[in-house]
Design a protein around this ligand. Structure first.
Ligand SMILES: [Fe+2]
Length: 595
């Protein structure tokens, strides 16, 4: 039984394939076509998934699409009358969904009638809910999805029991926590699609001095209900305009906030203007108001379902600051967030919704790690290195133990290490497969990384990876965070021990590394711990203003282009001869492990 899930014609296009109840592969199109947040038909991702299952498109049994044009039809029609241009855009997108069989046939150069799969339309938030619950380790759980907008809803909650989920409620357009966050992100001068996490980082630098005003912009009006102050927004009149031509372009979102919002909060910050304390306080106020609404949601959902486990999906589930507070504001004892909680995860959700909700098959799979994308053999890596070498690199091939020891020594000596191992991560976080690693004990490492490689806003924090066994020693909570979706307070006495990934508010967006789920990465962290006494590394994504690297070619290119010191790819360790000859152990002159 082969089920192919496809998130198409929408940002974060992706594909996933489930065979006999188990996920075999899942990947975002952007990793393969190198266009950030790529939309369109994810033909390369689909091809990769088919290859992993060893089938051709014509042999797939079911195709699951996380969009249902019939969902909330009356609401859609009502708003279509008010917003003809938006309605036209939506209708155009829906027409593409109607023609997906033909699009697939054309992309894979087969006749449409040779696709024998049954097509299933899974409503957007049902697919989000399925993406979290059906791959979670829980037999039963409350499930919450919250995002900008999908099939005209922005939030939905359910209770999962075994292989079934029962929808309990929803919030429909125009009320939306995702739109709220995006609108304020734009107002603060961050206009790129997907910039919301920047403002979340900024919030830690401010005080919520505008919270009263923000409670008029968004407020909980019941345990499982919230309202936007619609006069602060434009989307209820103009729609949420998102445009892209095809998979070759990053989506662009139109302006969502009104002139009334500017009148109340003051002038908009232009992208090139400096950040002032007022902006930081606005970000803090926005985050605080969101957390108030979410706290009411969590508590309401816990009360309604009586469940102790919670699964989260939708873009709002990436708000790790809020997620870290769930345990303080609700009786939930366990929380699972799937690594691709945003719209990329819809392909996995739609596929599992077909597997369990439609076909009624039992659950057999838990997503314990994020390695569901392409991997490359030692031979493939060797060939790429040989093909691109112009004598500028020093290469050594090591067995696993020596590789781990040597990498740990590089990190302890203050070098910046590219770490390319195994299958590409599913979701937006680098989790030890395509990561850049550095010593978390060096306070200056954040600036060094920014100057030499990442070139990103100085206020954005870097994150730590830590072996699961050491979490209670370093953090005030020890609940697992395998996919970097929770921020916890670093114990006060440890903040000076790992200053580089500790944010200004004393929290860190940690990745807890489990030995069984991620053995090689765990071994590396253990080796770093043996060497330095601190089993933690600073872990940032392997890229420089581009999608995270996927292939060895892209890793080598990023290594050459930036001032990365060492690239550890498969069993190879690669260093730049020029740097070695100059005796520059690192540009900062770190030569010895920090004691
Ligand atoms: Fe969504």
């Amino acid at each position: 039984m082969i089920i192919l899930g496809i998130n198409a014609y929408h940002a974060n296009a992706s594909a996933a394939i489930v065979a006999d109840g188990r996920l075999l592969a899942a990947v975002e199109e952007e990793r393969l076509n190198r266009v950030k947040y790529a939309a369109g038909l994810p033909a390369r991702a689909i091809q990769y998934c088919l290859d992993q299952a060893g089938v051709k498109l014509a042999e797939v049994d079911h195709i699951a699409i996380p969009r249902d044009p019939r969902a909330r039809l009356a609401t859609k029609l009502r708003f279509a009358m008010r917003m003809p241009r938006f309605a036209f855009e939506r209708a155009r997108v829906m027409a593409r969904f109607a023609g997906i069989r033909e699009d697939l046939a054309s992309a894979f150069e087969i006749a449409p009638e040779s696709i024998r799969a049954q097509f299933h339309r899974i409503e957007h938030h049902s697919a989000h809910l399925a993406s979290a619950y059906f791959v979670s380790p829980y037999e039963r759980a409350a499930v919450l999805s919250a995002d900008g907008l999908g099939d005209f809803a922005s939030s939905m909650w359910a209770v999962g029991e075994g292989q079934r989920m029962r929808i309990l409620g929803e919030i429909t357009f125009p009320h939306s926590l995702g739109m709220y966050y995006t609108a304020l992100t734009q107002y603060l001068g961050f206009w790129k699609f997907g910039d919301e996490y920047k403002v979340m980082g900024l919030a830690a630098y401010g005080q919520p001095e505008f919270l009263e005003e923000f409670r008029r912009i968004v407020r909980a009006d019941g345990p499982l209900s919230f309202r936007l102050g619609l006069e602060y927004f434009t989307h209820q009149n103009q729609g949420a305009e998102m445009s892209w031509r095809d998979a070759s372009q990053t989506p662009v979102l139109g302006r969502l906030f009104s002139t009334y919002l500017e009148k109340r909060l003051g002038p908009t910050r232009k992208a090139e203007e400096p950040l002032e304390q007022r902006h930081r306080n606005l970000a803090a106020s926005m985050q605080a108001a969101l957390e108030e609404v979410l706290a009411a949601h969590w508590a309401g959902l816990a009360k309604k379902t009586g469940e102790k486990s919670l699964c989260l999906a939708g873009g709002v589930a990436f708000n790790c600051l809020a997620n870290g507070k769930i345990f303080d504001h609700s009786p939930f004892e366990r929380v699972y967030v799937q690594p691709a909680a945003g719209d990329a995860g819809l392909s996995v959700g739609a596929a599992f919704a077909v597997e369990h909700q439609i076909l009624g098959r039992p659950r057999e799979f838990v997503m314990e790690h994020a390695g569901w994308g392409p991997e490359f053999s030692q031979q493939q890596i060797r060939a790429v290195i040989a093909g691109s070498s112009n004598g500028d690199m020093q290469l050594s091939e090591l067995d696993e133990d020596s590789l781990v020891q040597s990498t740990a020594r590089h990190i302890a000596a203050g070098k910046i290490v590219g770490w390319f191992q195994g299958r590409v991560e599913w979701g937006p976080r680098a989790l030890g497969q395509r990561s850049i690693l550095a010593d978390p004990r060096r306070a200056e490492m954040k600036d060094i990384l920014n100057r030499r490689i990442k070139h990103r806003e100085i206020f954005r924090p870097f994150a730590p990876s830590i072996i699961e066994e050491a979490v209670p020693e370093y953090f005030e909570r020890s609940d697992p965070s395998p996919f970097m979706t929770f921020a916890y307070s670093v114990r006060p006495e440890k903040r000076a021990v790992i200053p580089a990934p500790t944010h200004v508010d004393g929290t860190a967006r940690l990745q807890t590394v489990n030995r069984g789920a991620n053995p090689l990465y765990w071994k590396l962290l253990r080796a770093v711990g043996d060497l330095t006494g601190v089993p933690v590394v600073l872990n940032t994504s392997f890229n420089d203003n581009e999608p995270i690297v996927c292939r060895p070619e892209e890793a080598l290119d990023c290594f050459r282009r930036t001032q990365m010191d060492v690239l550890v790819m498969g069993n190879f360790t690669i260093e730049k001869k020029a740097a070695l000859a100059a005796g520059a152990i690192s540009a900062e002159g770190f030569a010895e492990p920090l004691k």
